[in-house]
Design a protein around this ligand. Sequence first.
Ligand code: ZN
Length: 193
Amino acid sequence: MQIITHPHPTLKYKSKSVVRINAELKAIVDEMFELMYEAKGVGLAANQVNLPLRLFVANPSGVKGDGEEFVFINPVISKGTGNEVADEGCLSLPGIYGPVNRSKSIHVEAFSIDGKSISLDLDDFMARVVQHETDHLDGVMFTDRMVEHSLQTIQPEIEEFEIEYRSKLADGLVPDEQTVHAELTEWEAKFCK
Ligand code: ZN
């Protein structure tokens, strides 16, 4: 398992609801936490590790053994109130940051990795993390939510990722989109049906 970067096709894929929580899924979640901490992130969505599943992990402290670990399975956000603009970054666009307008407060319903219902009112930083990660599950990157003039300033850096990806694709170092989608379908058969 590794973190994929823009413009890998799975980052644009709309993830499927998880209907099966088992030991294999728990192992996947553990590995996602490890990768998130290694990369010094505070959240990591399943499609960022090339899995088409509606789940993400988060720890607002970003430090293993510190703060609180959350697993949100099939998250649904509602009651967004207030607005706040703040800089965001993403493990799938490492080194790139930009301002994104988000709801200041949200309500989120989800399932934990133990299959228990989660119902939380969140504000500020944690509300932002949950909105950023839930967007991933819908194939939306934070850059998709940036206003045009902010996006323009980081466009050259984004294009560097795209040039590198196209070059790897041409050299056969990364699978083509058809192969990627075939793999995602196999994962869906395991956890979403
Ligand atoms: Zn992200």
